[in-house]
Design a protein around this ligand. Structure first.
Ligand SMILES: C[S@@+](CC[C@H](N)C(=O)[O-])C[C@H]1O[C@@H](n2cnc3c(N)ncnc32)[C@H](O)[C@@H]1O
Length: 289
């Protein structure tokens, strides 16, 4: 367990994942019915972009900082809302206007969208990250932080009493069999809670493995999204990633088809994004340029 999200917070992968997360939360909280949210791999909750970890990789600079610098003129609504959530979190720390100093992880973005009565469980297995997460939400009764295996939590927490739920599965992919473990856990989750909305992030290091993963979900209602850095990718670093959403809410597809190409276009000339709904065989590539 060497992975620390502090090195990567605010990078291109977070832009994809967190824009989608904010949009899912918005659409799932429109109805006046309680929502359960489970973040299986929650990380530390919030990240200091001025710290050594973030500065050493420069990933936030090439990600969230570039997106913010581009401004919101003409930006799709989902991007505007995501950036507003990021800046609202930064402002909580009293940072002066200007460069972003703190970046919200998925638990913070979830917390900001919760309504009274909604329920949120955030799991993190690494002791230090779990401690940071507990500190992040100390005294906040709306958030249940568990130092636990997120895959076990899927079994233990589903189906939720609310009968409406969003499950974010965002593993670090340190294990060579992560795709298999993930697929098993997702299938198990779906058996327990077939109507839940599941958002699953994955790196694209091996094209065949990523394609196989998506193909294995072919019987489900889903939206598959990808963001590729192309020539903008630093040598030896992750250059592409995907997010698949099972049982996406109504109009999520539309929002993401607008948001992703816009984000890609702000990150650099070679960056591209795609959005496709394989199960419905309604695939529509969306170029980043
Ligand atoms: C990619 S990071 C999470 C980032 C976070 N979801 C976000 O968007 O801000 C993955 C996290 O999963 C944790 N982790 C690894 N294996 C885990 C497991 N089996 N259960 C729960 N957490 C795990 C790692 O320690 C790491 O903090």
């Amino acid at each position: 367990m060497n992975y620390r999200h502090g090195y990567h917070a605010g990078n291109f992968a977070d832009l994809l994942k967190h824009t989608a997360l904010c949009e899912l939360l918005r659409l799932l909280t429109v109805k006046d019915k309680k929502l359960f949210v489970l973040d299986t791999h929650a990380g530390a909750g919030g990240y200091d972009l001025t710290a050594d970890k973030a500065r050493r990789t420069g990933e936030a600079e090439a990600g969230i900082s570039r997106l913010l610098a581009a401004g919101t003129k003409g930006a799709p609504a989902a991007v505007v809302r995501y950036l507003a959530a990021v800046q609202a979190y930064d402002r909580k720390f009293g940072a002066p206007a200007g460069a972003l100093r703190r970046y919200p992880g998925s638990p913070r973005l979830v917390r900001a969208a919760l309504r009274p009565g909604d329920r949120f469980v955030a799991c993190e297995r690494h002791p230090e990250e779990a401690l940071a997460l507990k500190r992040e939400f100390a005294g906040d009764r709306a958030v249940e932080v568990r130092q636990a295996d997120g895959y076990h939590a899927l079994k233990a927490s589903l189906p939720p009493v609310e009968r409406r739920g969003l499950i974010l599965i965002d593993p670090p992919f340190e294990a060579t069999d992560e795709f298999e473990v993930l697929l098993r856990a997702l299938r198990q989750g779906l058996r327990r809670f077939a109507t839940g909305c599941y958002a699953v992030w994955y790196p694209i290091k091996d094209e065949a493995a990523a394609a196989e993963f998506i193909a294995a979900l072919g019987d489900l209602k889903l939206l598959a999204m990808e963001l590729r850095l192309g020539a903008e990718a630093p040598p030896g670093k992750l250059a592409a990633c995907g997010l698949v959403v099972v049982n996406p809410p109504w109009r999520f597809d539309e929002s993401m088809r607008e948001a992703l190409p816009w984000i890609a276009g702000r990150l650099g000339p070679g960056v591209s994004a795609t959005c496709s709904a394989p199960a419905a065989s309604a695939s529509a590539p969306a170029s980043g340029e």
